[in-house]
Write a protein that binds this ligand. Structure first.
Ligand code: SAH
Length: 213
């Protein structure tokens, strides 16, 4: 009775129950996605025992995989539907990408550190997410002009200000969630309503800074 997968499954179920549901995340699609995606496969081997801990973890190259609760919270804020197209800025480990790909029809993910993109592309392929995800190496501040408009945009690194191009790449009714600021950061929700954009600060956060290549 020493099945390692069963152990990860148990840790993951506990993570969702205690860190995510208990803190008020209600979206069934978000909860199911987080119950399913094997977070331990996205963290470096020497961090695996901490994969289901209640915090961010280093993934190398100065970057981190976000805390599970933050991933759940941000994803819930996007209100994704199964036919949606999402832009993700900051692929990192690919964990958030997998959660998005469980819920939406297609994920367009942009990462500025090519090594991270190579690694996450490989693992997402192995786990069967390859056909729902498109990858691009580059600066997320530009969005993905060829693939816009998006139902949702989500960023995992914090720019000092919202990059100019991004709000325009939202569909009418689309939602963007992005940490904004330098030392003090706020998680910001932007909702597009025709030619108007409504901006709301949701909570103070700490993300890695946006890299400007
Ligand atoms: N969602 C990721 C979080 C990674 S941390 C995960 O689940 O693992 C933030 C990521 O944003 C890092 O990988 C970093 O390299 C990337 N990043 C920083 N600035 C960026 C930019 N201008 N464009 C695209 N990605 C960027």
């Amino acid at each position: 009775m020493n099945d390692p997968e069963a152990r990860w499954d148990r840790l993951r179920a506990d993570m969702v129950a205690q860190q995510i549901e208990r803190r008020g995340i209600q979206s069934t699609s978000v909860l199911n996605a987080m119950r399913k995606v094997p977070r331990h496969r996205f963290v470096p081997l020497d961090q695996r025992d901490h994969a289901y801990d209640d915090g961010p973890l280093p993934i190398g190259l100065g970057q981190t995989i976000s805390q599970p609760y933050i991933v759940a919270y941000m994803t819930e804020q996007l209100r994704l539907e199964s036919n949606h197209r999402v832009l993700e800025i900051g692929t990192g480990s690919g964990y958030q990408t997998a959660v998005l790909a469980e819920i939406a029809a297609s994920v367009f993910t942009v990462e500025v550190v090519p090594e991270l993109l190579t690694r996450s592309r490989q693992i997402l392929g192995q786990l069967g997410y390859g056909d729902r995800v498109q990858f691009r190496a580059g600066d997320g501040a530009e969005g993905w002009p060829e693939q816009q408009p998006f139902d949702g945009i989500i960023a995992a690194a914090a720019p000092a200000e919202i990059p100019r191009a991004l709000p325009y790449q939202l569909k009418d009714g689309g939602r963007m969630i992005i940490p904004v600021g330098s030392f003090w950061q706020e998680l910001v929700l932007v909702r597009r309503d025709g030619d108007q954009w409504h901006r709301e600060n949701l909570m103070p956060v700490r993300f890695v800074p946006f890299i400007r290549p």
